[in-house]
Design a protein around this ligand. Sequence first.
Ligand SMILES: Cc1cc2nc3c(=O)[nH]c(=O)nc-3n(C[C@H](O)[C@H](O)[C@H](O)COP(=O)(O)OP(=O)(O)OC[C@H]3O[C@@H](n4cnc5c(N)ncnc54)[C@H](O)[C@@H]3O)c2cc1C
Length: 531
Amino acid sequence: MLWSGWGDPARARELPEQVRGLLRDFLGVRAPATPAVALESVRLPPVALPEPLLGALAGVVGAAHVLTSHEARVRHTRGKSTPDLLRMRAGDGSDAPDAVVLPGSHDEVAELLRVCSAERIAVVPFGGGTSVVGGLSGVAGGAAPGGPGFAGVIALDLARLDRLLSVDEESLVASFEAGVRAPEAERLLAGRGLTLGHFPQSFEYATLGGFAAARSSGQASAGYGRFDDMVMGLTVATPSGTLDLGRAPRSAAGPDLRQLMLGSEGAFGVITLLRLRVRRAPVERRYEGWRFGTFAEGSAAVRALAQEGPLPTVLRLSDETETMIGLAKPDAIGSGGSGCLLIAGYEGGSVAGRRAEAGAVLSRMGGEPLGAEPGEAWERGRFSAPYLRDSLLAVGATVETLETAGFWSNLPRLYDAVRLALAGSLPSPLVMCHVSHVYETGASLYFTVVTAQEGDPVAQWDRAKAAANAAIVEAGGTITHHHGVGRDHRDACAAELGPAGVSVLQAVKARLDPAGILNPGVLVPPPARDA
Ligand SMILES: Cc1cc2nc3c(=O)[nH]c(=O)nc-3n(C[C@H](O)[C@H](O)[C@H](O)COP(=O)(O)OP(=O)(O)OC[C@H]3O[C@@H](n4cnc5c(N)ncnc54)[C@H](O)[C@@H]3O)c2cc1C
């Protein structure tokens, strides 16, 4: 993974000329190109953890698995939001961990949490490092590393927990260690004719534990469900002991504590093992495009599919702006058309039958079939957009995404409110939106924003993001559908849960993590006396 950007450095892309023209002519992007500093030039604070404590950590995992090198620390600093990348590109590594620690088993994780609780070392669980909500910057705004609160901070990297442990082919349940990356999980399952079906845009790098910890949702959620739908069981190491949850698909044995761990973002414990529902790998796939006159018409068609069926496996509706730019097909930016593009993908059994039935609904709702080409172009480019972000940052344009969800009756209001907030807080931004996670009762809205950088681009985006957050709260949407809370959404999440809800989170944290070492500052607001 590129330390200052996204993905495989060999896949870095030049901006197509159409995009450069659009940036100049419509957005006024004029800032000089700003290349990232060299990795060696990133400024890091000195390692705060004293030798005896580093030795205690090495005593648990072995000295070879405690890293304090400049490169290891840089590579575990923050996640991959646009502000994270802007700060890294500028050489700001101010909230780097003191050390990166790589446990090799559940027991080592449990023992590390014991040592860190006793020695007051903050622990930031680190999966693929793709958080876009400040989920890996826990300590930054709380007690500063090395400050009075903590002796230091470690990134607890789960990369060595990388095994498929077992597959129950009768129940279609596979047990994985939490550090398995998504492509490796698919590769291991493919050998048995199975798939997980979880394909977020961060697929190439994110881990199974990270998906559970952040309640991820993938591009094929219409067919395979969200990641939290797939989690049948979890093993979680906490400073107060191990939780081993989920021995049946559903249960009436009290509240479902699995749900308490899903979305807990490393603040309650470290997920070390997951039992996941898997499916038979699809033998057939077919992706295609449809055009609708307006976003409202397309949304009505998507709602009809969600409520009446049959749901395609992939369902994505771009609004007019995203369709015009062609962002649904990142490999073919600038080739968009008018109206609104809908991508429908069918995988698995009875593709022809489901396609015909869904097609009848889409036609009845005013859709015009565009054939296979737009669907295949989307499929080719489905993981490309993050590479484009790096190219845009390099020429002085900020690009970032944000997302929410709401009930169908409230979606138009939510859509208008977020667009208005972004338009009012940025210089002539390009605001694009799509719907790609749908339910009988509502859907998510996913916004992509491109704007010319003015002044400090991090502060510029922070202002816009605050305005968008306020608009989401005011318009009755949820602060996040699948990116999670981290530090960036913590206050808005608290507003959504209310004081009683926040006190429940605080009580759970106090019970499971009495020393408060786990991802401090992420998800759970500190109790009032500490604030
Ligand atoms: C370009 C890009 C595209 C993205 N697209 C999508 C998308 O389509 N859908 C989507 O849902 N998300 C998306 N994301 C967000 C991100 O990929 C998800 O939140 C993902 O679930 C994070 O997984 P990870 O393994 O990288 O976790 P990390 O980023 O390493 O961690 C995420 C959070 O979970 C905690 N954590 C990680 N592992 C564990 C564990 N084993 N136990 C306890 N806590 C843990 C961390 O401390 C952190 O708070 C995208 C991000 C990027 C940068």
